[in-house]
Design a protein around this ligand. Structure first.
Ligand code: NAP
Ligand code: MG
Length: 402
């Protein structure tokens, strides 16, 4: 078979620890034999980030703006222990945070469903993707402890100096108070990213807030989504045969549990934080969860939802065998390659991405999997593969499909 050509490069962001080890294996076993891989490589491993004063992270985000699609390996977010371990010049910021700040946009997380790893919620048949708004609300709030009786107000001072006030509470004793905000521009780009992603994946979009109680704050989210939908998306949704559905957050939670899955659930920042952990856990494992950042301009950055699996890496360094799950990282690659294929009209690339995903899933459903899955599968007598053993098994399955 001739290797598939890629006319436009994919931005490749390498990373750290065990996922860096898997990254190389995935490329060598599952990609390079079949694709004439055209990537623009950025090493986001912590050593090189430190060497370049984190410029490489910024460069990789700018390259994503240029080419439109990136695939990213998990990376270390430095803390005090990492400062010492890697002799860092500075406690560099989270690369994901830096990239998100430059690209803007929304992170969509979707579980990978396989037979034998059953969701805890037994009627969930299809994946539920969570779209979390990543700006503002309680994550950028100001808080105060109120020591005793007194008056608490919201005060807005306009540029001309005029003030608008709103009483929060007339305290008669000690208490607490919090002020939070959001921006219309950020809510708009959140809405557009969600509508675009729904069209892209041909799935219904659900959105929910507490607008009955929060008549200005949450209601603004609801109104902005509806205005943008009516103006720019309603016709395209109808054409694609999908729907946009708004409801109250409590109603949404009940419906999600009773549903079959197969839709995108857009959440405000806090709801998304909490609900994505619930959905990921109920579907099985963080190692089976993909993540894609979609910018309002239509740039895509694909990655796994888990971290660098540090504990496994230290075992690997000692020469011990590891059994680290590479599925989410494989799917980060297939997601990015499929998107590249669609944008550049290379149907072979789209087809290959689908086959590699199928090979990965078939391998697990055929009983060969890493230890994390073997511990929870309902399949009998699973074969526990090593990190490289699983990737080789997936390649064998892929060969039979090609
Ligand atoms: P983690 O790497 O996700 O791993 C936590 C634990 O979850 C592992 O020890 C392992 O459990 C299990 N696990 C996660 N992924 C797995 C996989 N693919 N296969 C098998 N088991 C898996 O989280 P962490 O240990 O909290 O963080 C490690 C580093 O990753 C940190 O430096 C953090 O900054 C970074 N991080 C990066 C990203 C990102 O780049 N997107 C996200 C999160 C964290 P057992 O040890 O019990 O087997
Ligand atoms: Mg959380």
């Amino acid at each position: 078979m001739e290797r598939i050509k890629m006319p436009v490069p994919l931005v490749e962001m390498d990373g750290d620890e065990m996922t860096r080890v898997l990254w190389k294996m995935i490329k060598e076993e599952l990609l390079l034999p079949y694709i004439d891989l055209n990537t623009e490589y950025y090493d986001l491993g912590l050593e090189y980030r430190n060497e370049t004063n984190d410029q490489v992270t910024i460069d990789s985000a700018m390259a994503t703006k240029k080419y439109g699609v990136a695939v990213k390996c998990a990376t270390i977010t430095p803390n005090a222990a990492r400062m010492e371990e890697y002799h860092l010049k500075e406690m560099w910021k989270s690369p994901n945070g830096t990239i998100r700040a430059l690209l803007d946009g929304t992170v969509f997380r979707t579980p990978i469903i396989v037979k034998g790893i059953e969701p805890v919620v037994k009627n969930w048949k299809k994946p539920i993707s969570i779209a979390r708004h990543a700006y503002g609300d309680v994550y950028k709030a100001s808080e105060m402890k109120i020591p005793g009786p007194g008056r608490c107000e919201l005060v807005y001072t306009a540029q001309d100096g005029s003030e608008t006030r709103e009483l929060i509470h007339q305290f008669e004793g000690p208490g607490i108070v919090q002020g939070m905000h959001n921006l219309e521009s950020s809510i708009e780009s959140f809405a557009r990213s969600c509508f675009n992603y729904a069209l892209d994946t041909r799935q219904d979009l659900w959105f929910a807030t507490k607008d009955t109680i929060s008549k200005k704050y949450d209601h603004t989210f609801k109104d902005i989504f509806q205005e943008i939908y009516d103006k720019d998306y309603a016709a395209r949704f109808e054409e694609a045969g999908i729907t946009y559905f708004y409801t109250l957050i409590d109603d949404a939670v009940a419906r999600v549990i009773r549903s079959e899955g197969g839709y995108i659930w857009a959440c405000k920042n806090y709801d998304g934080d909490v609900m994505s952990d619930m959905v990921a856990t109920a579907f099985g494992s963080l190692a089976m969860m993909t993540s894609v950042l979609v910018s309002p301009e239509g740039y895509y950055e694909y990655e796994a939802a888990h971290g660098t699996v540090q504990r496994h890496y230290y075992k690997y360094l000692k020469g011990e065998t590891t059994s680290t799950n590479s599925v989410a990282t494989i799917f980060a690659w297939t997601g990015a390659l499929r998107k590249r294929g669609e944008l550049d009209q290379v149907p072979e690339l789209v087809r290959f991405a689908g086959l590699l995903e199928k090979a990965t899933i078939d391998t697990i459903e055929g009983g060969r999997m890493t230890k994390d899955l073997a511990l929870m599968t309902s399949l009998e007598n699973p074969v526990v593969e090593t990190s490289e053993g699983f990737i080789q098994a997936a390649r064998q399955t892929l060969e039979t499909l090609l």
